[in-house]
Write a protein that binds this ligand. Structure first.
Ligand code: TAP
Length: 486
C-alpha cells in the first residue's frame, strides 16, 4: 500500500482574539459575578491556559433569569414572528461571516480537528439559525396546536444546559428553536468549553438582539443546578449524561417546569454480509472516530454478521492505520485531543475493564503528543454482550466488535442496552433496512451511512437516552404551549 506523507497544514490561530478573562453575559452585557470564583479553560491538546472564566453563583443565575423574564415580557414574547425571524437570520449570517474564527476557537477549546469544526460544527450551527428563522413567522401553520385550541405561544424563560462535545452546535440546537418560538433563554455551557458560547454572546450584541433575550452563565455543575432549580424557569432543555439528566428530572418532578432531555447513547452499527464492505468500513470509522468518539449517537458497538467479520475487521484495521492523530489545528488531522483529563481517565478505565473481561484490544501504531490528553483509536474484538464496554457509554475513540448470525439476533443485541438514541444498518436490501428500522428502539436509524445531521430532522432518544426531540417541526413542540402565557 502506498504511504502518503503529509506536510503540516496548520490553521492560523491569529484569527481569534481570546481575552484573558470573561465575565457573565447578562442583560446584553458582560458583567462581573457577585462572587469571586473563576476557573481556567485550557486547550486539551497542549494544556495551555486559554482564559479565565467566571463561575456564576446562584445570585448571578437569579439575575440572568430576571433579565430573561424582563426581555421576554417586555420585548421578545410580544414581537411578531416575522421580526424575530429577522434577528435569527442576522445571527445566522454573522455566524457564517465569522465561521473561521468560531472554528479555530472551537478546536482550541475543545480539541476537535479543525476540519470537523470548520466543515461540520459551525456550518450546522448557522444552519440551525437559518432553519429556525424560517419557522418564526409560521408557527401557527406547524400543526403544533390541536384544532380548536389557541395558537401556539412561547413557554416563557428557558434554562438550557449543554455539554462539551459540540459546544456551539449544541448551543444552536438549544437557542435557535427557543428564540424562534418567542422564548428568552439562560444558557450554561460546559465548564471545559465555554469560549464559543462567550463569542456567541458577542454575536448577539453585534446582531442588536434585545438585551436579556440570550443570557450566558458560565460555571460548573453547581451553576447548572442553580439554573435547573430556579423557580423562575418555565422549561429546562438539557443535553448531557443520563446521570445528570435523571437528577434534573428529580429536581423538577412535581413542578410545572417542562423538560427535554437529550442524554447518552450506545448505538449499534449493524453490518450485514451483503453490505458494500469498503463503504461500510468508512461508515464504521466515521461512526465511532468522528469527534474522538465524543458523540452521544456514536456507533460504538459494531455488530457484524459472522460471515463478514474477518474481512470487515481486517479492512477496518488497515483503514485505522491511515488515520492521523494529533494537532487539532492541522487541517490533515483526523483525530484530535480528548476533551479533558477526567474524560481520558474514564476512557482508560473502561478500556482496562474490557481487557480484564476478556476482549482483545488493538490500536494502530501512532505517536501521541507528549502534552495534552490523548487516546489512540482503539478496537476491541471478542466483546461479549454483557461486557461493560458493550453496555456503558465510553464517549471516546473506542469501538467494540460483536457478531450476529440472523437479523433477529442483530435486533435483539442492538436493543439490549439501557439506551436508544441511534443505530446504523448496512445492507444492500431495502426491505431489510425498513424491517430493521422498524424493530430498532432508536430515535435515529441511518441506512448505509452514519452521523448525518440536519436541522430539519428531529433528533432524540428512547429509554435512558432521554425524551423530547430537537430539530425539525417536532423540535418546536417543546418550546411552545397552547395554554396560558407565562
Ligand atoms: P454532564 O456531566 O451531564 O454535563 C452536561 C452539562 O450539565 C454540563 O454543562 C455540566 O456542567 C452540567 N451539569 C453537571 N452537573 C449538573 C447538575 N447536577 N445539574 C445541572 N447541570 C449539571 O455530561 P458531559 O460529561 O458534559 O457530556 C457527556 C454526556 O452527554 C454523554 O453521556 C453524552 O452521551 C451526552 N450527550 C448527549 C447528547 C444528546 S443530543 N443526547 C449530546 C451530547 C452529549 P460541567 O460542564 O461543569 O460539568
Amino acid at each position: 500500500m502506498p504511504v502518503f506523507e503529509y506536510a503540516p497544514a496548520p490553521e492560523s490561530r491569529s484569527v481569534v482574539d481570546i481575552r484573558s478573562s470573561y465575565g457573565l453575559f447578562i442583560g446584553g452585557e458582560f458583567t462581573d459575578s457577585t462572587g469571586d470564583t473563576s476557573f481556567k479553560t485550557i486547550s486539551p491538546a497542549t494544556e495551555e491556559v486559554l482564559a479565565d472564566i467566571t463561575e456564576a453563583t446562584a445570585d448571578d443565575v437569579d439575575r440572568a433569569v430576571k433579565a430573561a423574564r424582563a426581555a421576554y415580557r417586555g420585548v421578545w414574547g410580544r414581537m411578531s414572528g416575522a421580526d424575530r425571524g429577522k434577528y435569527l437570520f442576522r445571527i445566522a449570517r454573522i455566524l457564517q461571516e465569522r465561521a473561521r474564527e468560531f472554528a479555530v476557537l472551537e478546536s482550541l477549546d475543545n480539541g476537535k480537528p479543525i476540519k470537523e469544526s470548520r466543515d461540520v460544527d459551525i456550518p450546522l450551527a448557522a444552519a440551525h439559525f437559518f432553519y429556525h428563522a424560517g419557522w418564526a413567522d409560521k408557527l401557527e401553520y406547524a400543526g403544533l396546536s390541536p384544532a380548536g385550541t389557541p395558537a401556539p405561544r412561547p413557554v416563557g424563560v428557558v434554562g438550557q444546559v449543554i455539554p462539551w462535545n459540540f459546544p456551539l452546535m449544541m448551543l444552536s440546537w438549544k437557542i435557535a428553536p427557543a428564540l424562534a418560538c418567542g422564548n428568552a433563554v439562560v444558557l450554561k455551557p460546559a465548564e471545559t468549553t465555554p469560549l464559543t458560547a462567550l463569542l456567541f454572546a458577542e454575536v448577539c450584541q453585534q446582531a442588536d438582539l434585545p438585551p436579556g433575550v440570550v443570557n450566558i452563565v458560565t460555571g460548573a455543575g453547581a451553576t447548572g443546578q442553580a439554573l435547573v432549580g430556579h423557580p423562575g424557569i418555565d422549561k429546562i432543555a438539557f443535553t448531557g449524561s443520563t446521570e445528570v439528566g435523571k437528577a434534573i428530572a428529580r429536581t423538577i418532578a412535581g413542578t410545572r417546569v417542562r423538560a427535554t432531555l437529550e442524554l447518552g447513547g450506545k448505538a449499534a452499527n449493524i453490518v450485514f454480509d451483503d453490505a458494500p464492505v469498503d463503504q461500510a468500513v468508512e461508515g464504521i470509522v466515521n461512526g465511532i472516530f468522528f469527534n474522538q468518539g465524543h458523540v452521544c449517537c456514536a456507533g460504538s458497538r459494531l455488530l457484524v454478521q459472522e460471515s463478514a467479520h474477518d474481512e470487515v475487521v481486517r479492512k477496518l484495521k488497515r483503514r485505522l492505520s491511515t488515520l492521523r492523530v494529533g494537532d487539532p489545528l492541522d487541517k490533515n488531522t483526523d483525530l484530535g485531543a480528548i476533551n479533558s483529563a477526567a474524560q481520558l481517565d474514564k476512557i482508560r478505565e473502561l478500556s482496562g475493564i474490557a481487557e480484564t473481561e476478556g476482549a482483545e484490544r488493538w490500536s494502530p501504531a501512532c505517536d501521541l503528543p507528549s502534552r495534552g490528553f490523548w487516546f489512540p483509536p482503539t478496537v476491541f474484538t471478542g466483546v461479549s454482550q454483557s461486557s461493560r464496554i458493550a453496555q456503558e457509554e465510553v464517549f471516546g475513540p473506542v469501538l467494540s466488535v460483536l457478531t450476529f448470525r440472523t437479523p433477529q439476533e442483530a435486533v435483539a443485541k442492538a436493543n439490549n442496552t439501557p439506551f436508544g438514541l441511534s443505530a446504523g444498518v448496512w445492507t444492500e436490501k431495502g426491505s431489510r433496512i425498513l424491517w430493521m428500522a422498524d424493530q430498532l428502539r432508536a430515535g435515529v436509524v441511518w441506512a448505509n451511512t452514519f452521523n448525518q445531521f440536519d436541522p430539519t430532522s428531529p433528533f432524540g432518544g428512547y429509554k435512558e437516552s432521554g425524551y423530547g426531540r430537537e430539530g425539525g417541526r417536532h423540535g418546536l413542540e417543546g418550546y411552545v404551549t397552547t395554554g396560558d402565557i407565562a
